[in-house]
Design a protein. Sequence first.
Length: 146
Amino acid sequence: MFNGNRNREERGSATPGASASNGRRGQFSVLGADIVITGNLTATSDLHIDGRIEGDVRCGSLVQGADSQIFGRVEADDARLAGAIEGSVRVRQLTVERTARITGDVEYETIMVEQGGHIDGRLKHLGGATGQAAASVLIEASGDAG
């Protein structure tokens, strides 16, 4: 009566299509400081990690808290790193905050290293020589990198 079933059908059919078309947009996962993950972590959503990861991390966007630890490879479209990483990093847009300690090679398209940020490894620019020269200037101007 009053077409109540039709409204439910419309809502049910609209919801899966809407969530599938949005993909990872609007999704954000937080791993708190008390979380320890042993194994690889892959997410289609953006991640904020405050805990400890013993494995590789792959996601769209990564924010790492200052007390966070990652022991493994990090791959992301963009990342803001503030904690400790022991492993290689491959990120298109990378920000290394002053509290970050990276031990491993870093591949990037654009990079900014805040004064005090530490990278113990090789830096490799992904792309043309112009970007590499600009990144070198940013690193030298911003402080302790390597």
